[in-house]
Design a protein around this ligand. Sequence first.
Ligand SMILES: Nc1ncnc2c1ncn2[C@@H]1O[C@H](COP(=O)(O)OP(=O)(O)O)[C@@H](O)[C@H]1O
Ligand SMILES: O=P(O)(O)OC[C@H]1O[C@](O)(COP(=O)(O)O)[C@@H](O)[C@@H]1O
Length: 323
Amino acid sequence: MTKNIKHIGLFTSGGDAPGMNAALYAVVKAASAKGIKVSGIRKGFEGLIDNDFVELKTKQLQKTMHLGGTVLKTARSERFRTVEGREVALQNIHDNHIDGLIAIGGDGTFRGISLLSEISDIPCIGIPGTIDNDTVGTDFTLGFDSAVNTAMNCIDNIRDTAESHNRMFVIEVMGRDSGYIGVYSGLTSGADSILIPESPQDMTYLLDKIHGYESEDAFIVVLSEGNELSIDRVSQQIRQVNDAIDLRVCKLGHIQRGGNPTAADRILGIRLGVAAVNALIQGESNKMAGICNNQPVLTPFSEIAKQHAIDAEQQSLVDLFCR
Ligand SMILES: Nc1ncnc2c1ncn2[C@@H]1O[C@H](COP(=O)(O)OP(=O)(O)O)[C@@H](O)[C@H]1O
Ligand SMILES: O=P(O)(O)OC[C@H]1O[C@](O)(COP(=O)(O)O)[C@@H](O)[C@@H]1O
């Protein structure tokens, strides 16, 4: 059943991710083609609570598609976790005559926005924007491809030194509790070992591999930040097993989250932005727009809470290339 949406509220939330600006542009473009006004809400849930609404223009957003981060700014909001905070947010939604919401963020954002539906009938659609790729209901989240490319390029650079000095490097990549960035950046940069939260036993394989290892070659270990062992603990254990290894460590950190979005992330942002507007018009609510098997799909927020973990095929690639 179609719904007569006249005014959409649009915001980004949680960690920024390359491709978010393309999604913002696409939402405004698709909405204006249907005569729907779009207001941006700055700083995610914080802006909802502080009534920080701004008018969004297609022409301005068109020029920001190539930029990383989010021009609407983003935040993690403790106030939105409280009943009082959500009530103020809802009041501001009503006061601004918003009749549909589109939130770009990760699973945390969708958990938060689901709670609005418990106290109102405002329709909400989500767009998965996080470098971690830890959201079910889409093959890839916005920002993941850009972050992997950045991490891969950094590891390639580090390899130059590793090869020149026959050194071992332990390189920590982001991903919170998900090993996706670790697996994709590790496989594409030819890592010797990939340590991800989903597969704790890989540390044992690494230690076996370096036992008696004589540092006659480079050795790259890619460590996901969500692994049960920290970068310091991993290095310590490597040294305990083989103290002859010339070892260095490097945390890539937020370098991975910034930078211009890849073409893949821009097109994903465009597709998801259009899909989210269409979903609102079709009367959908409490669902996330995603792309599965190259087709737009909607998944209820209630199913998003499940962890999107590395699957058996991806694990088999790690086993083949890195053990
Ligand atoms: N259980 C929850 N209840 C209410 N709000 C939540 C909840 N989980 C997350 N949020 C809100 O969503 C925001 C973004 O979530 P976060 O996990 O930081 O990022 P992401 O959306 O990228 O996963 C949080 O700062 C908080 O305001
Ligand atoms: O920038 P912050 O707040 O330190 O958060 C770091 C976290 O944000 C991320 O970069 C992205 O996570 P979200 O998209 O879920 O916010 C994680 O990989 C990392 O653990």
